[in-house]
Design a protein around this ligand. Structure first.
Ligand code: THU
Length: 139
């Protein structure tokens, strides 16, 4: 419960920094890694629209840069009226660093509105088990 509120508040703080002059749709993401660290990210748009980055990408990059490779919990927050759901591309990005049991929280300004396992969010997903080279890390 404490963890959830930490994630909610952290996502709210970073969401304020989202750079969204084009959509004005601000997203904040907070990650709790399996190593117990917190990471955050916000969306960063670009005048060349396709170059914009989702908040999930930023948070995942921060986690990897911090030396962690697995997500225990991820919270995605937008204060829009309609509850945020991660886009398809982000679901796949989260997949790379999640377990089926990884917990996904979806939140708005008033709190966490939905909590589900990653498997529920992206069933029947593609991962490195389909590849001959399962993806070797150099570290
Ligand atoms: N966005 C995210 O950051 N994450 C999502 O999962 C959905 C969409 C951002 C991208 C863009 O800056 C804005 O929300 C509107 O699409």
């Amino acid at each position: 419960m404490g963890d959830e509120m930490d994630l909610f508040n952290l996502a709210g703080l970073v969401m304020k920094n989202a750079y969204t002059p084009y959509s004005n749709f601000k997203v904040g993401v907070a990650i709790l890694s399996t190593t117990g660290n917190l990471y955050k990210g916000c969306n960063v748009e670009n005048a060349a629209y396709p170059q914009g980055l989702c908040a999930e990408s930023g948070a995942i990059s921060a986690m990897i840069a911090g030396g962690c490779f697995k997500i225990r919990e991820i919270l995605i927050r937008s204060d829009a009226k309609k509850l945020i759901v991660p886009c398809g591309g982000c679901r796949q990005k989260i997949r790379e660093f999640s377990y089926k049991e990884t917990i996904v929280h979806l939140a708005d300004s008033t709190g966490i509105k939905k909590t589900l396992s990653f498997e529920k969010l992206l069933p029947f997903s593609f991962d490195n088990s389909y590849l001959e080279n399962k993806g070797k890390r150099s570290s």
